[in-house]
Write a protein that binds this ligand. Structure first.
Ligand code: AMP
Length: 213
């Protein structure tokens, strides 16, 4: 199954995507995580992406699409996928349709997680991310067992540089202008779209997502 998690920054796509992929033994394809790994490793893609990410802007479609295609082609054909943070524009969604078609796959479900801006801003302020394994915690709602340390791999947690308040506002604006139109893009497809409130507890939201699949 190929599932897209769609929703604004801070709504919980990362947390929910990791849980869903683990529970189903699917691959979690989070384009933000792949870009951050490229930045850490100092690859040409990472260097190119840096200026866009730090400003809260989108990295150009062609770079993202090439990166996702490489990931998909390296996977066994029957491997389920959770896309998190991709697609983020209509051209990305069109390219994804084509890439999946070439591999005999299709978009099976699009789960839209929804929350008000105030909730998102507060969540992002409390977000702490693991730069090593990509796990996401929240100092208010989902704290790590040891403060500042990743439960999963023991690395020091960070507050992402693009999680500062000015960049967050820009990311929310970019979401509304460029990514929200994807809801219309997928809405006409029979049995594909599900909308889930993203404001409850982590387990409750996960149950809602699984029920929608
Ligand atoms: P995320 O971790 O999904 O919040 O992504 C962090 C940043 O990476 C975004 O603000 C963008 O700069 C970039 N990014 C991640 N995914 C995409 C994508 N699908 N298209 C364009 N830029 C992306």
């Amino acid at each position: 199954m190929n599932v897209i998690l769609l929703g604004p920054p801070g709504v919980g796509k990362g947390t929910q995507g990791v849980l869903l992929a683990e529970g189903k033994a699917w691959k979690h394809v989070a384009t933000g995580d792949i870009l951050r790994a490229n930045r850490r490793e100092g690859t040409p893609l990472g260097k190119e992406a840096q200026k866009y990410m730090d400003a809260g802007e989108l990295v150009p479609d062609e770079l993202i699409v090439a990166m996702v295609k490489d990931t998909l082609e390296a996977m066994p054909p029957s491997q389920g996928v959770v896309f998190d943070g991709f697609p983020r524009t209509v051209p990305q969604a069109e390219s994804l349709d084509l890439a999946l078609q070439e591999l005999g796959r299709r978009v099976d479900r699009v789960v839209v997680l929804e929350a008000d801006d105030e909730v998102l801003v507060k969540r992002i302020a409390g977000r702490r991310s693991c730069p090593e394994c990509g796990s996401v915690f929240n100092v208010y709602a989902n704290p790590p067992q040891r403060e500042g340390v990743c439960d999963k791999c023991g690395a020091d947690l960070v507050h992402r540089p693009d999680d500062n308040p000015e960049t967050v506002q820009n990311r929310l604006d970019v979401y509304k202008a460029q990514t929200e139109p994807l809801i219309r893009f997928y809405d006409g497809r029979e049995g594909v779209m599900a909308r889930i409130p993203g404001e409850g507890g982590v387990d409750e939201i996960q149950q809602g997502i699984r029920a929608a699949l």
